[in-house]
Design a protein around this ligand. Structure first.
Ligand SMILES: C[S@@+](CC[C@H](N)C(=O)[O-])C[C@H]1O[C@@H](n2cnc3c(N)ncnc32)[C@H](O)[C@@H]1O
Length: 375
C-alpha cells in the first residue's frame, strides 16, 4: 500500500514542516520544504483553531466566507520563469508564498538523485502470480508461499508475515469491546484482519467485501498499460481463505466492487468499516455514498492524510495524483477526508485519532486518521 519502498523519503514525498510564531498572539508561520517546493504560510490562529478539522464544519464565518473561491475573496497570483514559479496567495485566514520547481531539467535532476524507482509496492505484491514452486506440505510453508498484506495471528505461534502489522495499533481505533448482535461490513478486506477482529469481538455476522482480481482495481492507465494478462487475472482472496480456515471463522467474503454495493445486494449493516483504500480508488465519494447507503448506525473509516495540505486555514484540499504509474489517486488533507465522509451521507463525523505508521521494517512515514461517521 501507499508508499514506495526504496524511494529516498526525505527527497521524495516527505515534507519537512516547522511552525514558528506565537500562537497566543494570534499568528503562526508554517515553513514547508520538499523536493518540489518551499512554502511559507502565515495563519491567523484564531480562525485556524476554530476551523480545525477535528471540530467538523467551519465555525468561523470569516474563514468560511473567505474560502468561497470565485467570490473574489481569495487572492492567488503566480509568476513563472522557466521551471521556477513564485506563487502568492492570501485569504482572511492567512497568506502564503511558495517557490516551486518543475520542468524536465528539474525532474531529471530529481530522478538522478533519487535513483531508479521500484514498481509500486502494492501493485507488485497484489499481482504476484503464485510461485511455481512445489506445493507446500506444511501450514508454515503454505503461509510462506504467498504475499500477505495483513499480519494475522493464526494461533500456535504462527503469524502471517504481513506488509503491515495493525495489531499494535488496534487500541487507537477505539473499537467497542463487544460487537455482540451487530451485523458488520468490512469494505476492502484484503486478508481480512479487520473482519476477523470484528468477529472476535462477538459480531453476529461479518461480511468481508473485496474484489476478485487486479483487473477490477481502479488502476491508473500507465500502471494498467504495463500489467501483463497473468498479473491482471491473479485471484484475490487466497490469504483470506487460508486465515478463515485456520481461525475457523464464519466471516463470509463476497466479491463485489464497492461501486456496486447496494442494500438490495447484502442488506443493511449496523457498522461499516473501510480502512486505507479511499486513496486507491478514483471515485472515493461514490464509494463513501454507497457505504453510507448500507449503514444503519455508524462507519469507521481510516485513511492516510498529508499534513502539508493543511495550509490555507484548513481548507479541504486534496492533491490529484493522476498521470502517474502508481496505485494511489489522491493525497487527502485531514479536512478533505472529513468533509468527503460527511458529504457522502453521514450526519456527523468524529475524528477518533491520528497517528503515524509505516510498513513493517520501514519508518513510520505515513499519517493516518481514524474517523467515526454517524448516520
Ligand atoms: C490497502 S488495502 C486495505 C486493506 C484493509 N482494508 C485495511 O485497512 O487494512 C486496499 C484494499 O482495497 C481493495 N479495493 C480496491 N478497490 C476496491 C473496490 N473498488 N471495491 C472493493 N475493494 C477494493 C483492494 O483489493 C485491497 O484489498
Amino acid at each position: 500500500m501507499l508508499d514506495r519502498p526504496g524511494c529516498a523519503p526525505a527527497l521524495h514525498r516527505r515534507a519537512a514542516r516547522r511552525r514558528f510564531g506565537n500562537e497566543a498572539n494570534g499568528f503562526a508561520v508554517t515553513h514547508t520544504v520538499n523536493i518540489y517546493s518551499i512554502f511559507w504560510h502565515a495563519n491567523c490562529m484564531a480562525c485556524a483553531k476554530r476551523r480545525h478539522p477535528s471540530q467538523g464544519a467551519p465555525q468561523c464565518a470569516d474563514t468560511l466566507r473567505s474560502h468561497q473561491v470565485g467570490k473574489g475573496s481569495m487572492v492567488y497570483k503566480s509568476f513563472r520563469l522557466g521551471g521556477l514559479k513564485l506563487s502568492v496567495n492570501a485569504d482572511r485566514a492567512g497568506a502564503g508564498v511558495a517557490i516551486s520547481f518543475s520542468g524536465g531539467a528539474w525532474n531529471s535532476f530529481v530522478n538522478k538523485v533519487r535513483g531508479p524507482r521500484p514498481p509500486a509496492a502494492d501493485a507488485q505484491a497484489q499481482t504476484m502470480p503464485a510461485a511455481a514452486a512445489k506445493a507446500p506440505s506444511t501450514l508454515e510453508e503454505e503461509v510462506a508461499s504467498q504475499y500477505w498484506y495483513h499480519t494475522i495471528d493464526l494461533g500456535n505461534g504462527l503469524r502471517t508475515p504481513g506488509q503491515f502489522d495493525h495489531g499494535p495499533l488496534i487500541d487507537r481505533y477505539q473499537l467497542p469491546t463487544s460487537l455482540a448482535g451487530k451485523r458488520v461490513l468490512d469494505v476492502a478486506t484484503f486478508d481480512g484482519f479487520w473482519a476477523f477482529e470484528f468477529e472476535r469481538r462477538g459480531a453476529a455476522e461479518v461480511i468481508a467485501l473485496d474484489l476478485d482480481k487486479p483487473a477490477d482495481l481502479d488502476w491508473q492507465p500507465a500502471l494498467l498499460a504495463r500489467a501483463t494478462p497473468e498479473q491482471l487475472a491473479v485471484r484475490f482472496g487466497k490469504g483470506f481463505e487460508l486465515a478463515k480456515r485456520e481461525l475457523k471463522s464464519k466471516v463470509q467474503r463476497v466479491a463485489c466492487n464497492v461501486y456496486d454495493l447496494h442494500p438490495d445486494k447484502f442488506g443493511m449493516f449496523d457498522i461499516v468499516h473501510a480502512g486505507d483504500f479511499l486513496l486507491h480508488i478514483n471515485s472515493p465519494v461514490k464509494a463513501l455514498q454507497n457505504m453510507a447507503h448500507v449503514c444503519r448506525e455508524y462507519a469507521i473509516i481510516s485513511d492516510v492524510y498529508f499534513p502539508e495540505l493543511e495550509h490555507f486555514g484548513g481548507m479541504p484540499l486534496m492533491e490529484y495524483r493522476g498521470g502517474r504509474d502508481d496505485v494511489t489517486w489522491w493525497r487527502f488533507s485531514l479536512a478533505a477526508l472529513q468533509q468527503m465522509v460527511k458529504d457522502a451521507g453521514f450526519s456527523r463525523v468524529e475524528l477518533v485519532t491520528t497517528f503515524r505508521y509505516g510498513q513493517r521494517n520501514m519508518p513510520e512515514n505515513m499519517h493516518h486518521a481514524v474517523l467515526k461517521a454517524y448516520k
